[in-house]
Ligand binder design. Structure first.
Ligand SMILES: CC(=O)[C@@H](O)[C@H](O)COP(=O)(O)O
Ligand SMILES: NCC(=O)COP(=O)(O)O
Length: 249
């Protein structure tokens, strides 16, 4: 069954526009977990535009609570920039998702070119595996690069789904989906777990899961938090969970 990890970056974004803890990032994490999310995702960027160092530790404390036993912490970031390594080797999350973002990236906009980063990825993944449960690489839907992800030691890959979201509702929709299915089969054949994320929403999520039912996890933030402005966060999480549950056994 495809699990949902809720990314709370955007709650932190709003919180940072005033000097008060409103809205609370830990409240959002708890609400998402109480609604049934498998876990919480954060992306502590070097400029701390949204998730700040203290948020990372505060969410760790939430996930230590008995009520959330078995839920997962997914921390995203570029291991070669900022304080990512320091944070994850201290917090020891269930999953480290490595993303090749430049420090000033507007948002995540590409997957790893493993072919151009083999040696340093082998080293950093080997180190991270001593501190976290799984290492996932944020990847474009490129079967060749995905096969290399296995070779450098990744446990999972996360398909960067912005191209899929951009094609949604256009004539290119099914051509792009086919690329993602091919990439997903390459991950499956390589023995990699499969995650997906970026710009997934209530409109495009079901079709993706329906065609890639072996998807282990989606991490969703931007659209889910935007939807929550209309429905409330608990109902927004439940709406995404309903889609995850509907299309997988
Ligand atoms: C890696 C990815 O696609 C997202 O998880 C990322 O966290 C989005 O970053 P922003 O929330 O800063 O746009
Ligand atoms: N890895 C994707 C993620 O955590 C959230 O991406 P988005 O839903 O905010 O685009």
């Amino acid at each position: 069954m495809t699990k949902l990890s809720v990314n709370v970056n955007k709650v932190a974004h709003l919180r940072n526009t005033r000097h008060m803890e409103v809205p609370s990032v830990t409240w959002a994490a708890r609400t998402a977990l109480d609604a049934g999310a498998v876990g919480v995702t954060v992306h502590p960027r070097p400029d701390e535009r949204h998730i700040r160092e203290y948020d990372v530790y505060a969410i760790q404390e939430v996930l230590k609570e008995t009520a959330y036993a078995g839920r997962e912490y997914n921390i995203e970031g570029n291991p070669f920039e900022g304080k990512y390594i320091e944070l994850v080797t201290t917090v020891k999350p269930d999953q480290c998702t490595l993303v090749p973002d430049d420090p000033g990236a507007f948002t995540s906009n590409a997957g790893w070119k493993v072919s151009e980063n083999r040696e340093r990825l082998i080293e950093v993944i080997g180190d991270l595996k001593k501190h976290c449960g799984r290492v996932s690489l944020f990847m474009d839907a490129d079967p060749d690069e995905i096969r290399l992800a296995k070779e450098v030691g990744a446990d999972r890959v996360e398909l960067y789904t912005e191209p899929y979201a951009d094609a949604w509702g256009t004539d290119e929709q099914d051509n792009v989906l086919r690329r993602f299915i091919e990439a997903s089969k390459a991950a499956q054949k390589a023995g990699l777990g499969l995650n997906a994320g970026h710009d997934l929403n209530l409109d495009n999520l079901g079709y993706l899961i329906q065609h890639i039912p072996w998807l282990d996890e989606v991490s969703i933030g931007h659209a889910l938090i935007a939807d929550a402005l209309q429905t409330g966060l608990k109902e927004s999480v439940k709406a995404y969970l309903n889609i995850c549950n509907r299309f997988t056994g």
